[in-house]
Design a protein around this ligand. Structure first.
Ligand code: FES
Length: 266
């Protein structure tokens, strides 16, 4: 279980990464507990909501106490975050979520698939598995990232950590189509897949994993609203019933956001 505390953090820098996509780095002691695939809740200063906005961690620097967060402006909360200036103090809750199970990847052919705003949390994951700095080193890392168009945010950074394939809806870069089209076109093989993105993409990932005989761990974080178990807006269906509650439900924010695809009814 991740430790969770509400704490003040300081904005170090913020920039526009792509159209509607922001890249903010904050200084916080929470960084020392961060792992790939986990997230934080950021509290808007506008007190009309008491709930934080869950946003995934793109990269973490435990030694220097820094978290890099890449998010899409998608409502009043994130529109407010986009105005934060260096030096400003913000309130965050973290570290939240289970993160990706890295231990499964030692020496394996790893395929990392991301779509849209599911792309950012996979950067820290790719780096960790490529460099082995979390004690687990993949045998190989292939990354397949899906974008709408040639605005391929973070692509140059992914390239440092393995073989990067790109799919774009408009065909301007890489494969025209989605990430699974790119996997098929390039006959990508893998032992283990990690993915984050919208539900239709994750269904495609689970099907592709079954096709090539790989295990898939998928992050459903795009479906979260409050991120702290309060809104019940993130229920997903599991194949097995919960031992205690006897229901086929899991809450993405508190039980996930990363699940073994085999355990879910997608
Ligand atoms: Fe609100 Fe999970 S996102 S309960």
């Amino acid at each position: 279980m991740s430790k969770k505390k509400k704490i003040d953090a300081v904005v170090l820098e913020q920039r526009v990464l792509a159209d509607g996509i922001m890249d903010i780095t904050i200084e916080t002691s929470l960084a020392e507990d961060a792992n790939p695939g986990q997230f934080v809740g950021i509290y808007p200063k506008n007190k009309s909501t008491l709930l934080p906005r869950p946003i995934s961690i793109c990269e973490y620097d435990r030694e220097n106490g820094k978290l890099r967060i890449v998010y899409r402006i998608a409502g009043s909360g994130t529109a407010e975050f986009a105005l934060y200036q260096p030096g400003e103090s913000i309130s965050i809750l973290g570290i939240l979520g289970n993160g990706f199970p890295l231990d499964k990847a030692e020496g394996k052919r790893v395929l990392i698939i991301g779509g849209g705003i599911g792309v950012p949390p996979l950067l820290g994951l790719s780096k960790a598995l490529h460099e082995g700095n979390e004690g687990v080193k993949a045998g190989s890392v292939t990354m397949v990232m899906g974008y709408r168009n040639s605005d391929n945010f973070l692509a140059d950074e992914f390239k440092k950590y393995g073989n990067l394939l790109i799919a774009t809806e408009d065909g301007s870069v890489g494969t025209k189509g989605n990430v699974i089209d790119a996997c098929r076109e390039n006959k990508v093989q893998a032992d283990i897949i990690y993915a984050c993105g919208p539900m239709p993409m994750l269904r495609g990932v689970a099907a592709y994993a079954a096709e090539i005989g790989a295990k898939a761990y998928i992050s459903l974080e795009e479906r979260m609203a409050c991120g702290v178990g309060a809104c019940l807006g993130c229920i997903c269906k599991t194949k097995n019933t919960d031992e205690h509650s006897h229901v086929n439900n899991a809450r993405i924010c508190t039980d996930g956001p990363v699940f073994n695809a085999d355990d879910l009814e997608l």
